[in-house]
Design a protein around this ligand. Sequence first.
Ligand SMILES: [Zn+2]
Length: 399
Amino acid sequence: MDDHGIRIRDIKALDDIKLFPVLTKKDVLQAGDSIISSRYPRWMTRMGYTGGTTGTPMQLRRDLFSIANEHAFVRRQWDWAGIGLRDKCAYLTGRLVAKPDDKGSSLYAYDPIMKELILSTYHLSPETAKDYASVIKSYGAKAIVGYPSAVCLLARTCLLSGIDIKIKSTLTSSETLSKGMRDTVAKAFDCTVYDFYGSAERVCYIQTCERGRYHVIPEYGLTELVPVDTWDNGKCKVVSTGFWNMAMPLIRYDTGDLVTRSDEPCPCGRSFQVVKSIEGRQADIVRTPSGREFGAAILTHLLYGAGNILESQIIQDALDHLTIKYVPSSEFSQKDVKAFEGLILQHLPGELKADLKQVKAVERTQSGKIRPVVSVIDRQNRINMSQANLSPANAIAEP
Ligand SMILES: [Zn+2]
């Protein structure tokens, strides 16, 4: 603030936030501990991690109040979806319930207090999806919560195998949910699909209402939608100031994600800013020799807690092999390599080998973003199928 001549008394209206410069991921990484508030007692904080769906893993310090508060925001999304505290839910998220090479009945866990059925997303394949569907059905879940790629694989399997499941709502997050995926899930489970966008940095929260439109939640943070192009195509950067984490306040933080804004009011009647679509989490799917499928959100768990990495990209270059490219920071050491290898062993099955490859920079897409997951195999299959004029296995919904 001193460097920019910003005085507290200059800040009177929301718009005065523009006095501050935009904060980038790189700034936060370079700042290290100096960005953590010295006024907030350290014992009242916890570490949070992001595997980085934009390719940059980060470690964040959160205060306990903000952690509790996050649950309140999630609950509101669930309220909108008609799911109450007493309702049973099935989860296809990143939680570990089985070792990478486990099989059979150990692939799910049940928490009777939280009324949660936790299914191992790491073991999801068209084969295990049939078992998962019957477990969800006999459990009587009212909602399915998960990553779009995983929920969509389950939905696809149910449609192709004629498995009939009816639930009230599906709640997805962490990856791009395309219209095709949304339609497949809605059809397979005869449900309404709710999607939400947030990030480990916890500065911005965008969720869909029952009309399927995305709303920016104003109590969560101050979100500025900053136009990317000079002409008005609605495409904007998400720059947000979180309201709740006093341990590590991020002011005007550039999330690295893009949205398309809409100035049309939503028919649901809520006056929160409407966003047409969220871009920026586009990635391929990794398929293993035995048919398991890993979407971007699940794969980024490989990087949870991996420190001192500036950029990364997971590449499937053979059916049984991944190369994980990474750009180290100046503090990167052998200890980080060991931690990285530990994460790989904890998450990936033996049938999929992974090697680390240090690089100077990770290739960008035309829009300057890193694709966190690239599958040479997936792309080749799609080309082969389109040449042979066959419809690919995921023709029902192209992620
Ligand atoms: Zn609405």
